[in-house]
Design a protein around this ligand. Structure first.
Ligand code: FES
Length: 147
């Protein structure tokens, strides 16, 4: 059912953890399955993503897609990172079963949320980046969310 790459990233996820004083942090959740993903980006002053880490509380496909997403955005510019869509992540993983496509969407949204946070903190606008839909801001997890 799952490709070897998916299994590999699920069993040996890359870049798990957090980045202290990250340039941008994005947390997104899927209300339907209850899975949550958080991405940390370390971006240098040229707008290049030096490091990326993640924490995912979710299914195996969510872990694999977040792991692959961190690998794909590392070393990219902020603009290039926008091209790391859920499709790109799925392709890099040699596909996902249809019922698991939404898991890869969480990875795309988490990247966007972290980029949005970075842009907000630096007072810049990233061309083509829209405000993330389901961003749950840091420290607000305890508050009641309306879905
Ligand atoms: Fe929801 Fe995978 S089942 S993220």
């Amino acid at each position: 059912m799952y490709s070897e790459k998916v299994m590999d990233h699920f069993e040996h996820p890359r870049n798990v953890g957090e980045i202290e004083n990250a340039s941008g942090v994005g947390t997104v959740g899927n209300a339907k399955c209850g899975d949550i993903m958080r991405m940390y980006l370390d971006i240098d002053d040229k707008g290049v993503i030096r490091d990326c880490k993640f924490k995912t509380f979710g299914c195996g496909a969510a872990v694999a897609t977040s792991s692959m997403a961190t690998e794909l955005v590392k070393g990219k510019t902020v603009q290039e990172a926008l091209q790391v869509t859920n499709k790109a992540v799925m392709e890099a993983l040699d596909g996902l079963p249809p019922v698991k496509v939404h898991c890869s969407l969480l990875a795309e949204e988490a990247i966007h949320a972290a980029l949005w946070d970075y842009a907000q903190k630096h007072g810049i606008k990233i061309e083509g980046l829209e405000k993330p839909k389901s961003d749950i801001h840091e420290g607000e997890e305890d508050e009641e969310e309306e879905y």
